[in-house]
Design a protein around this ligand. Structure first.
Ligand code: KG4
Ligand code: ZN
Length: 334
């Protein structure tokens, strides 16, 4: 099946063509330059930029895949969670194509796109697996039992892992987007230089919390202003606390539910230290760990097309009045 995927939930405009879980094209127009000076994504500017570039990106994705719109058999589009002014741009284009070409439209949950992106590179990943979704807005641990069948095991009660890294980058005067900068700056640093707290929540065993960590960093900087002279140690120590929280909770989940494999996903899964820590976790626990390539960790449209294809294969499609949702949980297919 030839599926066109469109992603515009935040500050990347993406279009991709996927067929039988294989990527034929996967293009992204990043808006980093636009939002850099504000230190974060400005929704209205993001929405306007999506409008400017989306038609060109869709055309280029089709060209690169060597297909025409006439050959496309389904259009998959991110329906949420995300910035509504951004989501609406992708949805408008997807609906226009679906309506005019009389091809099915399917809305895709962005979080599910991250979780299942691994199938684009490892089509043989077996269910059940422990899924960690760590992005800028979400941190979720789930048990994926099948396509469209998920059990939420835990999630952050406050800041997401990516948000914690982004906020730390800001406090340290590093650039935007922050997570990538923390990753870069911490490379030569000592992760054990400063013992930042790894939060454990009492509420539910597998939930996470990152807001205390950010507060700890701000306090530390106030009490030790000279520490800013050694950014690599600061960044590496902070990053270590985030990575430790994610790996420890994952280890707990593996033990508790006796899960044979783990899939990490989302922008934070692009982090070098996190990737290494999960590799080690796999070796220690004797479970298979699947880590998507960097391009498939951060936002992209191929992951949306992949989920769309799996839904369409099962006869799932959406009406033309499909709504965009700012808040959307990982939900099971009906
Ligand atoms: O999945 P994603 O691209 O977009 C969302 O759905 O949010 O994730 C973005 C998040 C941001 O917080 C960004 O700082 C973080 O992923 N990120 C990283 C790295 N690359 C992106 N965090 C740590 N290390 C990286 N290399
Ligand atoms: Zn994302």
């Amino acid at each position: 099946m030839l599926v066109l995927g469109i992603e515009s939930s935040c500050d990347e405009t993406g279009a991709a063509v996927v067929s039988d879980r294989k990527i034929l094209s996967n293009l992204i127009a990043s808006q980093d330059e636009i939002h850099k000076k504000f230190g974060g994504v400005v929704p209205e500017l993001a929405g306007r930029r999506h409008i400017e570039v989306i038609a060109g990106i869709v055309r280029a994705a089709l060209d690169q895949a060597g297909v025409t719109l006439d050959q496309i058999q389904g259009v998959a589009v991110t329906k949420g969670p995300g910035l509504v002014v951004c989501l609406l741009v992708g949805m408008g284009v997807a609906k226009g194509i679906s309506w005019s070409r009389k091809i099915p439209l399917v809305g895709v949950n962005h979080l599910e796109g991250h979780l299942l992106a691994i199938f684009l590179e490892n089509p043989s990943v077996q269910f059940p697996f422990l899924g960690l979704i760590a992005s800028g807005g979400h941190t979720i641990l789930c048990l994926a039992e099948d396509f469209g069948k998920y059990q939420l095991l835990g999630q952050t009660l406050d800041d997401a892992a990516g948000e914690a890294l982004d906020k730390a980058a800001k406090a340290l005067g590093l650039g935007y987007p922050g997570g990538k900068e923390i990753d870069r700056v911490s490379q030569p640093g000592n992760p054990r230089a400063i013992p930042f707290p790894v939060a454990f929540t009492k509420h539910r065993e597998l939930d996470l919390s990152f807001s205390g960590l950010k507060t700890a960093l701000v306090r530390y900087l106030k009490e030790h202003p000279e520490s800013k002279d050694n950014l690599p140690d600061l960044a590496a120590s902070y990053q270590e606390a985030v990575v430790t929280a994610l790996t420890q909770k994952s280890a707990q989940a593996i033990d508790k539910f006796n899960i044979p494999s783990v899939v990490i996903s989302g922008g934070v899964a692009a982090n070098a230290r996190l990737r290494k820590a999960f590799e080690d976790l796999g070796a220690n626990k004797r479970v298979s760990v699947f880590v998507p390539s960097l391009r498939l960790c951060t936002d992209n449209a191929a992951m949306i097309a992949l989920v769309g294809e799996e839904k369409l294969k099962r006869g799932i499609r959406d009406p033309i009045n499909l709504d965009a949702r700012a808040v959307l949980a990982l939900e099971n297919w009906k």
